[in-house]
Design a protein around this ligand. Sequence first.
Ligand code: SAM
Length: 229
Amino acid sequence: MRIDILTLFPDLCDRVLSESVIGRARQNGIIEVNCHNIRDYTTDKHRRVDDYPYGGGKGMILQADPIYRCYEAIREETGGKPHLIYLSPQGKTLTQQKARELAALPNLALLCGHYEGIDERVIEEIVDEELSIGDYVLTGGELPALVVADCVARMLPGVLADEVCFTEESHFAGLLEYPQYSRPAEWHGRAVPQVLLNGDHKKVDAWRAEQALRRTQEKRPDLLKKEHF
Ligand code: SAM
C-alpha cells in the first residue's frame, strides 16, 4: 500500500512513521509512505500558502492552489486517483471498521489542514471524504493523519506478527479486549488469574471471551448497542 501525506510539516510526519512497527514495515517494503510539503507547490515567490479569509475574521486559510498542485503531482506519480481524505473536525469520526476499509485500498492520500482550515473549493474539487479523530479541535491535521496512517498500516498483512494481533484487539469485533498479563506471576501482591497459568487453551479462550464481554459492559456499554460485522 502507498500512503501520501500532504502537509506543511513533512519531516514531523515522516519521523513519526519511521519508528517502531510502521517504520519496520516501511523498511520491509510492505508499505510506502511519502510526505509532501504543500509549500513546495506554491507559485508565490515568498513561498506563502495561506491568505486572509474572504468576509473577514481571525486567522489564515490554506489556499486551494498549492494543495491542488501537490495532489496533482501525487496523482501523476501514482498513475491514478488516490483516495483523498481531508482530516477535519467536521468529518465522520474514524473507527476501526473505517480503518479496515481503508487498508484494502492500494493508494491513500491524507490532506492535513492548518491555521483556520483550507479553502472550501479545493475540498469540493478533490477530497473524497473527511475524517475526524474526535470532537475537539487541534492546530493541524498532522496528528490526525498520523493516527489514520498508523491505524490503517498495522492492519496490512505482514505488518504485525500475526493477524490475530489486531483481530482480537479492542474494537475489531465490537468488543474491548480482555485483560493481559506478563511475568512475574505475582506483582505487588496481585496474582495473574489462575486460568492463564494452566496451559488449557480452551479454558483460556472461554475466560478471555467472557472477560471481553464483561469489560465492554463495564467500560463501554454503548459499544454493545452498535451493529458490527
Ligand atoms: N476552523 C476549523 C473548524 O472550525 O472546523 C478548524 C481548523 S483546525 C484549527 C486546523 C486543521 O486541523 C484542520 O484544517 C484539520 O486539518 C485539523 N484538525 C483539527 N482538529 C481535527 C480533528 N478533530 N480531526 C481531524 N483533523 C483535525
